[in-house]
Design a binder for this molecule. Structure first.
Ligand code: ADP
Ligand code: MG
Length: 324
């Protein structure tokens, strides 16, 4: 199968057909229509074999995750997903050794695309070390995007779902011990909180998706907004497995500084809190208040006894400086 057969077979009709795609896969460019009054929200992420996923990972899960990380960014902006492009670099021996690899990858990508009404409108296919880049495009009404910069002193800090599950799964895989039930799903097939993000338009003052660890990502909100925050660590929403691991390790690194959670962290004025009550059910995950925005810069974490807890490492950084 050559490059063009491969594109035609697996990628030319992937995802949900949409009227706003005037021209999709097959020409030099796609031609796309943004509805009047909307802004185009765009985000791109690359997953590199050996850095973001393991060489023997399930290709269907990889297809799912390649899009999920982008949808998580759209959700964090309050944007509604519409289109994606895909840049795929494949080692020839992978394709010849496992002909089903691309079919399974396309299935994982396509199923999540269908779930969110997303159409694949173009891409690039090259030979080389395995890597997957997905760019997502979504719509958000002009002025309604939820940025990182809007947090105000007094706002309550919330997080969706539970924290640290993916980090614990990765730790167990790397240690060669059995992965506890449910955790592998959280690492390999994260659920992007798209509906929740859109529902928080007009409510949340600031939002980010937690991909590099809560401390680091909340840190981005604090820096952009020129504020600080105080977190109560015993409020963090944890699965039983992570709660036990925190107690066993005697530190909070898993929920605060491990990656791949893909939950939403957002800030909410206290007089709007009643308005998010129904959202947890509709969004399909719990929403937990974990702390408050303060005027003074920096992130203060309080332990169960109320005393400050120091964090060893803030989050994942691909290019740490000499002091990190
Ligand atoms: P060009 O040489 O003009 O860059 P290509 O030969 O790379 O065109 O691609 C041909 C068509 O197939 C284009 O419309 C491109 O967007 C699409 N395409 C290529 N690779 C992919 C892919 N992995 N997924 C979706 N569309 C793809
Ligand atoms: Mg090309």
């Amino acid at each position: 199968m050559n490059e063009f057969d491969l594109i035609r077979t697996y990628f030319a009709a992937l995802g949900t057909p949409r009227e706003d795609v005037e021209l999709g896969v097959g020409d030099d460019c796609a031609l796309l229509a943004v509805p009047p009054g909307q802004r185009l929200a765009v985000s791109i992420d690359t997953l590199v074999c050996g850095t973001h996923f393991l060489a023997d990972c399930d290709p269907e899960a990889l297809g799912h995750k390649s899009l999920a990380v982008g949808l998580s960014d759209l959700g964090a902006m309050g944007a509604e997903p519409a289109w994606m492009t895909l840049a795929l670099t494949l080692p020839p021996e992978l394709v010849s050794r496992n002909p089903n690899w691309i079919a399974a990858f396309a299935r994982g990508l396509g199923d999540l695309a269908l779930e969110h009404g997303v159409r694949l409108v173009g891409g690039d296919t090259t030979r080389g070390p395995l890597s997957v880049t997905v760019q997502v495009h979504g719509f958000v009404p002009q002025g309604a995007a939820i940025r990182r910069s809007g947090a105000r002193p007094g706002d309550r800090v919330y997080v969706s779902g539970t924290l640290g599950d993916a980090g614990l799964a990765l730790r167990q895989i790397l240690a060669g011990v059995p992965v506890e039930p449910g955790l592998r799903e959280r690492l390999e097939r994260p659920t992007p909180r798209v509906a929740l993000g859109m529902a928080l338009r007009g409510l949340a003052t600031a939002m980010i998706d937690v991909s590099d660890g809560l401390a680091a990502d909340l840190g981005h909100i604090l820096e952009s907004s020129g504020v600080g925050a105080e977190l109560r660590l015993e409020s963090l929403p944890l699965s039983l497995a992570v709660a036990e691991a925190v107690v066993a390790a005697g530190d909070w690194a898993l929920p605060l500084a491990s990656g791949d959670d893909y939950e939403l962290c957002f800030c909410l004025p206290t007089d709007r809190e009643t308005e998010i009550r129904g959202l947890a059910e509709r969004g399909g995950c719990p929403l937990t208040p974990i702390g408050r925005i303060r005027k003074d810069a920096g992130l203060r974490c309080l332990g169960p006894d109320g005393s400050p807890v120091l964090l060893a490492r803030a989050g994942f950084d691909h290019f740490p400086g000499p002091g990190d």
